[in-house]
Design a protein around this ligand. Structure first.
Ligand SMILES: Cc1ncc(COP(=O)(O)O)c(C=O)c1O
Length: 385
């Protein structure tokens, strides 16, 4: 059984005709495709003329990868509070707005909508831009059927987290005053696209060839035979571990466009199937993991319209459990581990708990009920170990 990453969608690759487009799904033609969403974030600092002396308010629970291009603009970046589910504390935002504030940056986590009405009003009253980071919320809607990403002046999406593409970040421009028609973009880094495409091919072969899958699993088990709990838990440390080096922004990504292969696949994938299968898988976890010892859910239900990125749970030691599940060929990540070294959320306990304890189980559209059942059984075994 294979609970790993998404593989290349061969049938869609070979489809002659396009099936759908993001502009049609979002009802907005103003979408620009970048190699990565972080390059779109970097571009937006220039588009909005963000410069030293300006202030940007960002969530205390952040990946760090989205923060770095904002810091590159020279603006000062301050954090606001969220509760333990990542829900924005709008009062805290209001307290922190001052005359220098140019942007409020919000994250839509795992496909679940944030309360944005009041923040939108605050932005309109005070001439502040609202940026909606939907890197984790592609194809998700709120319970009125409005796609996430429609409220901000601008919204970003990471395409390859939800869809099996080698690259792709989209910038959607909702504020007509920000639309430019003279953007010249550069080719994507070819080697990166090739490597990611080969990984997609490998994942799809592992899924389709049981013998290769079994061999791969046994190699993983052998390699990771002696997994141990490595050291002090998050609560007992005094410092904030750094985020991975690849999360720091590389200026070579500036204005790099998305690959042609990703464009081709994007237009041929079945968006409705993606949403439905992800929801079905999420609901299976909700039902089957309820009451399991040593895990706590981040979300206790699945509102209408949500396209979940994954199934997030709190566990004591997400690194250890992630490595043990990897031995079972299951990719369950310790989500957003590590902190941007310039911005540790010193005064934000809820953000630290999310950073230090969240493990995400895969729900993607290439997994069916048997895969999810296998992941649940393996997780129980690993937790009881
Ligand atoms: C919240 C958030 N924003 C932006 C990004 C950047 O996406 P990309 O990898 O396409 O640059 C990520 C990537 O992990 C993210 O988690």
């Amino acid at each position: 059984m294979y609970g790993g990453h998404m593989g290349l969608a061969w049938r869609n690759l070979l489809r002659l005709h396009a099936r759908n487009t993001l502009p049609a799904w979002y009802g907005n033609p103003n979408i620009i495709y970048f190699h990565k969403a972080r390059a779109a974030i970097r571009y937006v600092s220039q588009l909005l003329d963000i410069h030293p002396g300006n202030k940007i308010l960002i969530p205390s629970y952040n990946c760090g990868v989205e923060v770095d291009p904002l810091l590159k603009s020279g603006a000062s970046v301050s954090m606001f509070r969220q509760d333990r589910t990542g829900r924005i504390d709008v009062d805290d935002i209001e307290r922190k707005i001052d005359a220098d504030t140019r942007v409020i940056y919000v994250n839509q986590y795992f496909g679940f909508p944030q309360p944005l009405e009041r923040i939108r009003r605050l932005c309109d009253e005070r001439g502040i831009y609202l940026i909606e980071d939907c890197a984790l919320s592609l194809l998700s809607k709120d319970n009125h059927g409005v796609p996430l990403g429609s409220t901000g002046d601008l919204a970003f999406f990471n395409l390859y987290k939800t869809l099996p593409l080698p690259d792709g970040g989209a910038l959607m421009i909702n504020n007509p005053k920000l639309v430019r028609d003279n953007l010249t973009m550069l080719a994507p880094p070819r080697l990166d696209v090739l490597i990611e495409t080969l990984k997609l091919c490998k994942n799809s072969l592992l899924r389709q060839l049981p013998a290769a899958n079994a061999l791969y699993g046994s190699i993983k088990r052998r390699k990771n035979r002696n997994i141990q709990d490595d050291g002090p838990s998050a609560e007992s440390r005094q410092t904030f571990p750094d985020m991975p080096a690849s999360y720091y922004y590389d200026e070579h990504l500036n204005l790099r466009r998305m690959s042609r292969l990703s464009h081709h696949l994007l237009e041929r994938l079945d968006f409705e199937q993606v949403v439905q299968q992800r929801r079905t898988n999420f609901l299976q976890y909700l039902q089957c993991l309820a009451g399991t010892k040593h895990i706590e859910f981040l979300y206790h239900d699945l509102p209408e319209g949500v396209c979940p990125l994954s199934f997030p749970i709190f566990v004591d030691n997400p690194d250890l459990i992630s490595r043990k599940l990897y031995q079972h060929a299951i990719v369950a990540l310790h989500w957003w581990h590590g902190y941007h070294r310039a911005l540790p959320p010193t005064d934000f306990d809820e953000a630290c708990k999310l950073k230090d304890h969240l493990l995400v189980l895969p729900v993607h559209q290439q997994l069916n009920d048997q895969h999810i059942d296998y992941i649940i059984r393996s997780l129980r075994r690993v937790i009881d170990d």
